[in-house]
Design a protein around this ligand. Structure first.
Ligand SMILES: [Zn+2]
Length: 300
């Protein structure tokens, strides 16, 4: 047994400290392209990884321009998580220019993409907003947990346990949304939003969404599309009209005014709110959006 005197002697303490593996307590450096994905990664990683988010709360990832600080974060990351399906068109250039040795993980791998609406924009494209269906997030969480466990074997069990716990929360969320939307008549389930970001939600939960702008916010809504939507709102008397946290609200406001409807509030489509807002995590975002949507659709 070591003597008390030896334990307290400074050189012994220093020697002991020097033999500790220095990296053991350092969290795994990972990057997530946008805030919603950043939350999912952080939920599964817990304290074992440090998650840097590139496009932050209320940011528009469709039209984002990466900064030198982003390139530095990507360069130092062991894993870089991205949505894919054409959502972050700037990501492939950023990965190349950063010179990163980190592994890029596309979290929508294994998900069946929804095709672009035939009557709208984006012919031949797929809808990138896969996170709006909780079922797709199940698949993403499995991909995230596997990537983290492969990159950081020492914490593999912790990642898997956190993923299992989070998937139970997703199941509860999914059941909640299904029950709430099912309480409305099919005719009530019609919504107008700024851009076409809720197709997966609509398909999963039985809501019909219409938007003046296509799936990508870099294209402007055409006058023809806006006019068509105004006549549709008037004819079908749609009361559920929403702006989005990432979009300029003016077009939707103009649309609502001309169609004689009122704006039901802001939905969180492609980004979370800041911590002080109503949607600082994926789970709170989906609950907030559903609450707003139900309040709007009940007036239809
Ligand atoms: Zn979008």
């Amino acid at each position: 047994m070591l003597s008390r005197r030896l334990l307290l002697s400074l050189p012994a303490v220093a020697l002991f400290a020097a033999t500790l593996p220095a990296r053991a307590t350092e969290p795994l450096p990972v990057v997530a392209s946008f805030s919603i994905l950043g939350d999912l990664v952080a939920q599964i990683a817990g304290p074992a990884a440090a998650v840097k988010v590139l496009v932050g709360p209320d940011g528009d990832a469709h039209v984002y321009q990466p900064s030198p600080a982003d390139a530095k974060a990507v360069a130092g990351a062991k894993l870089i998580f991205l949505n894919g399906l054409g959502f972050e068109g700037w990501m492939s250039r950023l990965l190349k220019s950063s010179g990163t040795k980190g592994k890029a993980i596309t979290v929508t791998q294994g998900i069946t993409p929804r095709a672009a609406a035939k009557d709208g924009h984006g012919h031949g494209n797929v809808d990138p907003h896969a996170w709006q269906d909780v079922g797709n997030v199940h698949v993403m969480v499995a991909t995230i947990a596997t990537a983290l466990a492969d990159a950081d074997a020492a914490n593999a069990d912790a990642y898997k346990a956190r993923a299992a716990a989070y998937r139970a929360e997703l199941d509860a969320l999914d059941a909640e949304i299904t029950a709430q939307v099912s309480a409305l008549t099919p005719a009530q389930r019609r919504v107008i939003t700024s851009h076409d970001a809720f197709g997966y939600y609509g398909k999963a939960y039985g809501v019909s969404f219409h938007a003046p702008q296509g799936m990508n916010t870099d294209s402007e809504a055409s006058a023809k599309d806006v006019a068509r939507l105004i006549s549709q709102i008037r004819k079908e008397k749609i009361k559920a009209v929403f702006v989005e946290n990432i979009s300029d609200p003016r077009l939707t406001q103009q649309l609502a005014t001309e169609a004689g409807a009122t704006i039901g509030g802001a939905l969180y489509s492609d980004a979370l709110s800041p911590a002080s807002g109503p949607a600082p995590s994926y789970l709170t975002m989906m609950r907030h959006n559903t609450k707003m949507l139900i309040a709007g659709m009940i007036k239809n």
